[in-house]
Structures are given as structure tokens and as C-alpha cells.
Write a protein that binds this ligand. Structure first.
Ligand code: P5A
Ligand code: ZN
Length: 479
């Protein structure tokens, strides 16, 4: 049984701010620039763990890490017309250096397509140098005009994991999109975040893309969050930079590109989706501390209890388990439970005089708060298998919660009532015409997420025009 989630579901916004600040993950709102905040030490460690998972996936699939400058000159950022049209209103500009007006304004990168394509056009001359797959982990800046929310909608995305690839043919880039989707699936699976993968409609693709594939998840308040995107950029940017390379058949042509990215929202999702009324619940894969050992003071045998707790810690640590002993004297065990539960530590071990005398420990899992008594010789096996179990159970629970929020409906009336009553995502039969899709968006007062990336069987008729449905369209209220 999970700990109750009533605070999250009824007042998600308040709960979310409370966990982020009380568990010392990030400090937003108090930093005097809107939409920007501080990663606190505990949050920074979570961030690092999450980053390492993605880095490993990217490194193991032939991606090379690079680091570009933060500033992009105005003429570069204006090169691709659709791109700048999309980002126009979101760019922060540097216009002065000291007391001097700059000749060329410099943009704080809102993303890096143009900067990277520009350099690629100097580096790459022929197909023998293709493909190249780059990525960087950087801050990007977007002057968001909607209400900002910590990690979710920020003006400095301070953990932007952006990949940029370049290929000889359209088909190669298409295959890269598939690889990227699979990498992101593995990434979200490893942190237990459920997702739906959709091809965004024409009117909502990335500025400068041929098509966009997006990962969406449902938050506890029923609203949908886009947690990652993969774009096929075709030749749009290479044409803008007049970047031709030699093909295998001897002709010159513009290479094809893709780009894909995941932001601070990955961590927002971990907190929001696994959390409960006691605070964060971290999947073992990203928990900075796997096990917190809390000694329970005893009048008769306090020193012995502490010694026993230290021995338990020593055994855990030497088996490679990230464990910590909370021996602070100024806090009661109850206060310590509150503190570590809030921070989402997967397992708590309680040790008192009773355990000392029986040569056992009490092991409590954070997600359900269930307790098990374990004999000391079984400690390591028990902890390892419980960590695995928690990992599995968190993932299963979050997927089943999300699935219960996705329903198929058949009419626009149902779209509206379903979204109003229960939020989440509705799927509705669609003929595939943009005009009908736009009408659905308009009539529902919600956002079209697009059609399924993986084919999904469809029956029935388009909810707008009544002709035979070719696919379904997903609609949701979004962040
Ligand atoms: C892909 C990487 C890009 O920028 N260029 C490089 C491409 N795509 S994107 O869709 O615009 O952004 C990638 C993901 O970043 C998240 N995101 C944000 N997160 C927090 N605050 C923001 N203001 C913000 N804007 C975008 C989304 O998850 C998006 O999918
Ligand atoms: Zn239609």
C-alpha cells in the first residue's frame, strides 16, 4: 500500500513547491531573477545521478560530448527563418560590453541548432565524416511569458541535455530519430517515469523541424507535461547555412540533421510522479542516499546501540550501498524519520536495543512505509533485493496511474466532459486532416498532443468530419 497522495492530487502546486524547498532540492522564487533558481546540495546530487544515466546512454550509442559558447551572434540566430520566427519572443539579448554598445547583439542561446550547424559547416566536408552525433549539457535561456514554475517552466534551463546529429541522407536522420526515441525510452524507464510518445501536429512542431516526436507524461493534478522531444530537422538548417557536403555518389548536397533534448523537467517529473504526502520518493537509481540508518536511543545500552548501528553502516558501505548514519543527538527519531522521508531516501533502517539484543534490524521502505525485520547476516541481500523491488513497484504504480488517465472517447462532447471531469489525456478518432485537428483543439479548449508514434489500432469515425478515422489524436490540458 502506497502512502496517501491526497495532498498532491488536491493541491499539487502547493505540495510541489513545499517538497522542492523543504527537501532542499532547489531554491526558486527567492533568487531575485524570475524563472531562475539555485540547485541546493541535495538536489544537485539527484541532478548528477539523473545526468549520469543519460550520459551513459548517449556515450554508449556513439554520441560525443562537446561544449559550445553561451552566446550566439544575432546574424547567426536569424539564419533559419522558421527557427527565429518561433524563438523571436523568447530570446534574451546581451547588447552591451562594459560601457560600449555591441556592434552585433549577442543572444543567450535558447537552444543550439544554429551555433552547432554553423560550426559543422566548417568541420564537415564530405560523407566520410558523417554521421556525427554531438551532445552537450548546458544552460539555455528562454524568456518564458507564461507563469514560471521551478524546474517545469524556467527561464534558465540549467540542465539542458541537447543532442545534435548530422547525416548524409534523410533516411539516416530518420533512423537517428528512432534511436533517440529508444534512448529516451530507456532513460525514462530507468527513472520510472511513464510516458506517451506522440508525433506533434504540424502546427506544434519545433521551430525549424520537419517533424517532432514528443514524450508526454501526466502529473498528479491531471495536467500533461512534455518531458522530452526529438526533431527531424531535414535540410532546413544546413540549407540556411548553405552547407553542402560531398555525397557517396560524388554529388554535392545538404546533409540532414536531428536534434533532441531533455530538460530540468526530468527531475520535476521524478519528484511529482513518485511523491506522496510525506514528500519525495526517489527511485533507487537516482537517490543520493539509498539507506539511512537511524539509531533509537536507549537508556541502558546507548553506546552499544550506536556501535551496532555503526557496524551496520560499515557493512552496507563496504558492499557498495550508499548508506548514511544519522546519529545527530539533537533530533528525535521521529524528527529524523520526517526529515529523511521528505527527502525520499528509499530505505530506512531502524536500530534500537531490541534489535541489538536480537541481532536484527528493522528495514522500512519509503514508498509503502512497510517494515520488515531482518537478521543481521541477511542484511546486504535483503537491502539489495528491496531496492530492486522498490524500483519495480514505483515504475509499475506510476504506469498504472498514468494509464488510468488515458481514455478513448468518440465525440467532441465527450472530449470536453472527460477533460473537465478528470483531466489526463483523451484519445479521439481522427481522419488525419489538420483542419479537423485544429477544430478539435479549438473546441476542446485544450491542447492537441498529436498522434501515436507507435501505430495504434483505430476504429470509428473522425469526431469532427465523420469520415473514416485514419488514426487517433491525443488531447490534454497541458502545462
Ligand atoms: C532539442 C534539443 C529543443 O530545444 N533543440 C535542442 C531542441 N527542443 S524543445 O522542445 O524546445 O526543448 C526540449 C525540451 O525542453 C523542455 N523545455 C523546458 N523545460 C523547462 N523550462 C522551460 N522553459 C522549457 N522549455 C522547454 C521540454 O521538455 C522540451 O521537450
Ligand atoms: Zn476529420
Amino acid at each position: 500500500m502506497r502512502v496517501t497522495r491526497s495532498k498532491i492530487t488536491t493541491n499539487f502546486s502547493e505540495w510541489y513547491d513545499w517538497v522542492l524547498s523543504e527537501a532542499e532540492i532547489v531554491d526558486y522564487g527567492r533568487y531575485p531573477v524570475k524563472g531562475m533558481g539555485v540547485w541546493m546540495p541535495y538536489g544537485f546530487k539527484i541532478r548528477e545521478k539523473v545526468l549520469n544515466i543519460l550520459r551513459t546512454l548517449l556515450n554508449n550509442s556513439g554520441h560525443e560530448e562537446i561544449l559550445f559558447p553561451l552566446l550566439v551572434p544575432e546574424d547567426l540566430i536569424r539564419k533559419e527563418s522558421k527557427h527565429i520566427e518561433g524563438f523571436q519572443g523568447e530570446v534574451f539579448w546581451v547588447t552591451k560590453g562594459g560601457n560600449d554598445e555591441l556592434d552585433v547583439k549577442l543572444a543567450l542561446r535558447p537552444t543550439s541548432e544554429v551555433a552547432i550547424t554553423y560550426m559543422e559547416s566548417l568541420w564537415i566536408k564530405g560523407y566520410t565524416q558523417l554521421p556525427r552525433k554531438f551532445y552537450q549539457v548546458v544552460s539555455v535561456f528562454r524568456y518564458e511569458t507564461k507563469a514560471t514554475r521551478p524546474l517545469l517552466r524556467v527561464r534558465e534551463i540549467s540542465t539542458f541535455k541537447e543532442a545534435h546529429t548530422i547525416h548524409e541522407t534523410f533516411e539516416d536522420a530518420d533512423r537517428q530519430v528512432k534511436e533517440a526515441v529508444s534512448i529516451y525510452q530507456q532513460f525514462f524507464d530507468s527513472i520510472g517515469i511513464p510516458y506517451l510518445i506522440s508525433i506533434r501536429p504540424e502546427w506544434d512542431k519545433f521551430a525549424g523541424a520537419i517533424y517532432t516526436v514528443a514524450f508526454d507524461t501526466v502529473f498528479p493534478d491531471g495536467k500533461v507535461v512534455q518531458i522530452g522531444t526529438v526533431h527531424h530537422l531535414g535540410q532546413n538548417f544546413t540549407k540556411a547555412f548553405d552547407m553542402k557536403v560531398q555525397r557517396a555518389n560524388g554529388t554535392l548536397d545538404y546533409p540532414h540533421q536531428t536534434s533532441y533534448g531533455i530538460s530540468d523537467r526530468a527531475i520535476a517529473s521524478i519528484i511529482a510522479i513518485h511523491g506522496d504526502d510525506h514528500g519525495a520518493v526517489l527511485p533507487p537509481a537516482v537517490a543520493p542516499i539509498s539507506v539511512i540508518v537511524v539509531p533509537i536511543p536507549s537508556k541502558e545500552d546507548n553506546e552499544k546501540v550506536l556501535e551496532y548501528a555503526r557496524k551496520v553502516l560499515e557493512q552496507l558501505s563496504s558492499s557498495g550501498i550508499a548508506a548514511r548514519l544519522d546519529a545527530a543527538e539533537k533530533m528525535t527519531p521521529g524528527e529524523k524519520y520526517y526529515y529523511w522521508e521528505l527527502r525520499g531516501v528509499p530505505i530506512r533502517i531502524e536500530i534500537g536495543r531490541r534489535e541489538l539484543l536480537k541481532n536484527t534490524i528493522v528495514m522500512k521502505r519509503r514508498d509503502t512505509l512497510e517494515a520488515t525485520e531482518v537478521k543481521l547476516p541477511d542484511l546486504i541481500d535483503a537491502v539489495k533485493s528491496l531496492l530492486n523491488q522498490i524500483d519495480k513497484d514505483l515504475k509499475e504504480a506510476s504506469w498504472s496511474r498514468m494509464k488510468s488517465m488515458v481514455r478513448i472517447v468518440h465525440t467532441m462532447g465527450e472530449v470536453k466532459t472527460e477533460l473537465e471531469s478528470k483531466m489526463g489525456i483523451v484519445e479521439v478518432p481522427w481522419c488525419g486532416n489538420d483542419a479537423c485537428g485544429l477544430k478539435m483543439e479549438e473546441e476542446s479548449g485544450a491542447r492537441v498532443l498529436g498522434r501515436p508514434y507507435h501505430d495504434q489500432e483505430v476504429t470509428g469515425r473522425c469526431a469532427v468530419c465523420g469520415s473514416t478515422a485514419k488514426t487517433i489524436l491525443r488531447i490534454a490540458k497541458t502545462y
